[in-house]
Write a protein that binds this ligand. Sequence first.
Ligand SMILES: NC(=O)C1=CN([C@@H]2O[C@H](COP(=O)(O)OP(=O)(O)OC[C@H]3O[C@@H](n4cnc5c(N)ncnc54)[C@H](OP(=O)(O)O)[C@@H]3O)[C@@H](O)[C@H]2O)C=CC1
Ligand SMILES: O=C(O)C1=N[C@H](C(=O)O)C[C@H](O)C1
Length: 253
Amino acid sequence: MTDVPETIRVGVLGARGRMGLEVCKAVDAAEDLALVSMIDQGEELFQASDAGAQVLVDFTNPDVVMDNLRWAVDQGISVVVGTSGFTEDRLEQVRGWLAAKPGAGVLIAPNFGIGAILMMQFAARAARYFDSVEIIEQHHPRKLDAPSGTSMHTAKVIAAARAAAGCPPMPDATKEEMAGARGTEIDGVRVHSIRAAGLVAHQEVLFGTSGETLTIRHDSLDRSSFMPGVLLAVRHVLRRPGLTIGLDPLLED
Ligand SMILES: NC(=O)C1=CN([C@@H]2O[C@H](COP(=O)(O)OP(=O)(O)OC[C@H]3O[C@@H](n4cnc5c(N)ncnc54)[C@H](OP(=O)(O)O)[C@@H]3O)[C@@H](O)[C@H]2O)C=CC1
Ligand SMILES: O=C(O)C1=N[C@H](C(=O)O)C[C@H](O)C1
């Protein structure tokens, strides 16, 4: 484990993006963090190691994040990753890289919003008590991927909770007359993706059983909602070698 310095030197990848700009502002404003490197498309990653970054924060896009991560782990630099697109295959690759660099830590969180984390925990808790559950995620139209990383993670934790409780398959007699009408399916849970101007990041988990429904909804109305979680991760990642998924273990510390 790396000793945690009094001031953590932080680099931001995707620094001119919507999230990157917000992260730079938040890091800059934190007394115990120093913003030493800001890298965006077309700029060289080695600037971050030259600047002595101890933690990198990646908010880029699913096409480039794996190269960034590989480079950082090779350098022994810890990384906090918010970028979406992490399948089980990708996580396995990251575990492989980390095995060769035991000091480095990588924390990948599908969502840094505290409310979003609670929404996923509440959904996992409710899962076993309802016959049906579907997820509706809603985002701004400049989002590059669908379904969202948050909805994929939510579907997985719900599916795991249902499997652990021995829930039967969900009732659904519908024949899909047009492809996509019933959304996509992740571990047996339907996910519907909406993209509309004016939205930021929102998700509903809709449960149904005989005579009642339960809707668990989270709204990020502004990207500042993600910053307390990002800063928490930056402060913890040097103490957590290996791969950490989500902020849940940090909130329990
Ligand atoms: N985990 C969480 O809580 C959250 C996760 N996200 C995720 O974070 C990611 C970024 O979202 P958002 O900020 O809205 O996206 P943006 O497109 O606004 O920002 C991404 C930035 O990364 C830049 N970029 C592209 N390639 C590279 C590269 N190789 N090295 C460095 N920078 C690069 C882009 O440049 P260019 O535009 O020129 O390509 C852009 O400036 C998405 O995957 C999103 O889903 C978003 C919000 C919260
Ligand atoms: O692109 C976004 O904006 C967001 N992406 C993440 C995701 O894919 O879940 C997190 C949050 O929903 C905002």
